[in-house]
Design a protein around this ligand. Structure first.
Ligand code: SF4
Length: 164
């Protein structure tokens, strides 16, 4: 299922700590969204600090190389019910990712109160963090979108082993 691109008319609202609007931590590659992270060769997302607004030229280059959402993570406004991943109460992606976490995955490191959450630039407004707290941050670096394939999301490690 291909996700509907998020509108980016107000990209900075999700970057304002006083705003109640949430940021989607995995939106599509399109002009005006911000680069949140880059997939590293070890299959983990490295977060860009602070996230950088991407240009049309960036989008063009990234799309020319194919599947930008498999190699980068982008953030833009969470559009809630306008997104096919919206469950009616929240984002289905993070719930599924946590539910499918393998036995032994170190989620305890990101338990409430833990001070070793990934260094990410959108925590104050992140939809996934607001919904699932540190557990979301535990699984977040392992996820990339796969909007060009048959699955919406895949493990970043699987993508790395196949394509990087
Ligand atoms: S889930 Fe956590 S690490 Fe991932 S984007 Fe949100 S706040 Fe950042």
């Amino acid at each position: 299922m291909k996700r509907k691109p998020s509108p980016v008319s107000e990209p900075e609202s999700a970057n304002d700590p006083s705003s109640t609007r949430k940021a989607c931590p995995s939106t599509c590659c399109q002009e005006g969204v911000r680069l949140l992270g880059v997939l590293t060769p070890v299959g983990k997302v490295a977060y860009v600090q602070p996230p950088i607004t991407i240009s049309a030229a960036f989008v063009e280059r990234a799309e020319a190389l194919g599947h930008p959402e498999r190699r980068f993570r982008f953030t833009g406004p969470c559009v809630e019910a306008d997104c096919p991943q919206w469950t009616g109460a929240g984002c289905g992606i993070v719930d599924i990712a946590i539910q499918e976490t393998p036995v032994g995955f170190p989620t305890d490191a990101c338990s409430p109160g833990a001070n070793n959450l990934p260094a990410c630039g959108i925590r104050h407004s992140c939809r996934w963090y607001a919904q699932r707290g540190g557990l979301a941050c535990a699984v977040c670096p392992t996820l990339v979108a796969d909007t060009g394939g048959t699955m919406t999301y895949q493990s970043a490690e699987d993508i790395t082993s196949k394509e990087v």
